[in-house]
Write a protein that binds this ligand. Structure first.
Ligand code: CS2
Length: 493
């Protein structure tokens, strides 16, 4: 007989922890938009811990904006799923019960708005990836973004995250209800303020009173989230079956490390996320910069170099001495841009990152991290580089990372294999590169993408020379040789 499907009635193997609370006894108080693997490995686990420690009606109604897979996987399982945590030495499984149900928005658009407008919903959290917001950084929404344009044209039937938030807030205000707190959990700098600006700007294009009400009554705390979570595969599901004895279509694999730093500004209460280790602070920027520049910036650099030198996984990168040396160099450069971060020893943080990247049990694809470069590089690479230039300090590691991204944008390996960039600006990148045949031309074409490289950085002769030099080496001798030479040169500095 096959294994039973995971559900509240299915027994799991001894040693597999079940929720420390009775899920059915708790109502939903959170709507989470973007119920993917990262959410299941991170916020849902903190909420599970908070429910076990302090109770409350804080279960999560998940929303999938595009796919129906997660709803189809989780709903027949009563929202339960297996969290598989890989310590290099031991693998543990735990069943998480904080998700009440998942709405596939494309299939049931009315249900999403109803959940968001329900006065029982006091917090809306989001993990939709950087590109999905349709935000023009520092300037509200980008009306040219497809999600924003469609929702501005048809605001009562929104399908994008900002359109949904604004319509739900409009409905709440019309019903005399209070707004919810919006808690952004994507890797964007100052993510709460960015989303607030987007929501208020979008609302203002429709109804200035609504925009004023959101600005005055709403709350958009920033948060820094961290847990390395590869996209689940068939191996994940097979492992969940082996560990729990149940069939689980929504299992996730992740690392033991987990961090959530949250700005403490909520308008309608919150779960006791401290129970899962969340840290509530007044000023989040130092934590955010640390994570975006050290973890994510190094990730981007190693993803481009690793992918182009045949490393499928991050752990393969760390097994190569030259690439590992460049990881160390990038971490040190990123660290040099940071001020002290409360309660964190940055040297130790860098060592921990190296160990996390090398975790042999985590199969994190370089190709997964390489996607959406145009959304990621500004905060990960360009901002710290610009700061260092302002101080007259060297910027080679950042220029090298930018050059690796440019090399990746060519869409073929040195062996001639082609691949999709998976970037929202992929078509624009391809057009920009037409006829660009050498490092100077490629670098100039990609640097000129509108709203991408900060002007002061793009115009700086040192930056331009370093990027062209690094890219030139990658093009003339191939990526593997360029990485070897870069690591050798870094070692003698
Ligand atoms: C990665 C992140 O894909 C990426 O760009 O850098 O998803 C990273 O794994 C997470 O931020 C870790 O918390």
């Amino acid at each position: 007989m096959g294994a039973p499907r995971l559900s509240r009635h299915a027994a799991t193997r001894a040693g597999v922890a079940r929720p420390g609370f009775a899920p059915e006894a708790h109502g939903a108080g959170i709507v989470h938009i973007g119920a993917g693997a990262f959410h299941r490995a991170h916020q849902a686990v903190y909420t599970d811990d908070a429910l076990a420690a302090a109770g409350g009606d804080w279960r999560i109604t998940g929303v999938s904006l595009r796919s129906t897979d997660i709803a189809d996987a989780l709903n027949p399982q009563d929202g339960l799923y297996t969290l598989i945590v890989h310590d290099p030495a031991v693998t543990r499984a735990r069943v998480v019960g904080s998700i009440a149900r998942v709405i596939a928005a494309a299939r049931e658009p009315g249900a999403t708005l109803a959940a968001l407008a329900d006065p029982a919903t006091r917090i809306v959290t989001t993990t939709v990836t950087e590109k999905a917001y349709g935000i023009a950084r520092g300037a509200g929404v980008d009306p040219a973004s497809p999600a924003i344009a469609a929702d501005l044209a048809n605001p009562r039937f929104p399908s994008g995250v900002i359109g949904l938030l604004v319509e739900a807030l409009r409905l709440r205000r019309a019903a005399g209800d209070a707004p919810f707190t919006v808690l952004c959990c994507d890797n964007l700098p100052d993510n709460g303020a960015l989303l607030r600006l987007g929501v208020v700007d979008f609302a203002g294009r429709l109804d200035s009173d609504l925009a004023d009400w959101i600005a005055a009554e709403g709350a958009f705390p920033s948060s820094m989230v961290d847990r390395i979570t590869p996209a689940p595969t068939a191996t994940t599901l097979a492992l969940a079956r082996e560990l729990t004895g149940c069939e689980d279509m929504a299992a996730v694999e992740t690392e033991p490390f987990s961090q959530w730093v949250i700005e403490n500004r909520f308008v309608a209460g919150r779960p006791r996320w401290e129970a899962g280790g969340a840290l509530f602070v007044e000023a989040i920027a130092p934590y955010e910069r640390m994570k975006l520049r050290m973890l994510n910036g190094t990730h981007s650099m190693l993803a481009y170099c690793g992918y182009l030198t045949g490393c499928t996984y991050v752990r393969d990168v760390m097994a190569r001495p030259d690439l590992a040396a460049l990881v160390g160099r990038h971490l040190a450069a990123a660290r040099s841009t940071l001020e002290s971060v409360g309660g964190i020893d940055l040297g130790r943080y860098a060592d921990d990152l190296r160990a996390r990247f090398a975790n042999p049990a985590i199969a994190h694809q370089t190709y997964q991290i390489a996607m959406d470069g145009t959304e990621k590089l500004p905060q990960r690479i360009f901002e710290p580089a610009l700061e260092l230039l302002g101080r007259g300090a060297g910027i080679r590691p950042f220029a090298f990372a930018a050059a690796a991204w440019m090399r990746y944008c060519l869409g073929r390996t040195d062996a001639g294999e082609t691949y999709a960039l998976r970037d929202p600006r992929e078509a624009q990148i391809r057009r920009a590169l037409e006829g660009a045949g050498n490092a100077a031309a490629i670098s100039a074409a990609l640097t000129a993408l509108p709203g991408f490289v900060p002007e002061r950085l793009a115009a700086h002769p040192v930056w331009r020379a370093e990027v062209e030099d690094a890219l030139g080496a990658m093009l003339s001798g191939g990526m593997a040789a360029a990485v070897r030479a870069e690591a050798a040169a870094a070692a003698v500095l």
